[in-house]
Ligand binder design. Sequence first.
Ligand SMILES: [Zn+2]
Ligand SMILES: [Zn+2]
Length: 160
Amino acid sequence: MVDVYQQTGVDFFSSIKDIIEKKIDHEVRRADSFDIPEDAYDAMRKQHHALKIIETIAARHRPNSGFNLCLLHDDIYIDRMNFVFGLADPRINTAVVSSFRLNGTHLIDRLVKEIVHELGHLMGLGHCADLKCVMHFSNTLSDTDQKSADLCTRCRSING
Ligand SMILES: [Zn+2]
Ligand SMILES: [Zn+2]
């Protein structure tokens, strides 16, 4: 089970539910809306700290056996990175994906890839060298556009 928490004003759920369910073979369920916690905002960077967001959501809604997925439209970062498309922390079974840098005609395709990527981390997968594999790390939007929304054969066998 994947519980999808969306930032107030964001509604990607209906666009991604069926596709994600097919890709990962887990039920995807709409959960609450939320506002980004104030202490996650860095006023100098004008960005939100991705780890603080998922820690806050995980503390409020501890996943029993499934996963939490947070969807945002604001820009997110982690330490030592200018930005991230998403972040997953398997210790708390929670991930976040931001649409901020995915905008354009392929928004939903890109969002699906980054969601499958972060859920892949929650399922124990690491980064993959295969440029077409969804577990390939996206440093830029062209990396995201180049990769598919699917696991490569090797990652699929690890995922069992
Ligand atoms: Zn990753
Ligand atoms: Zn792979």
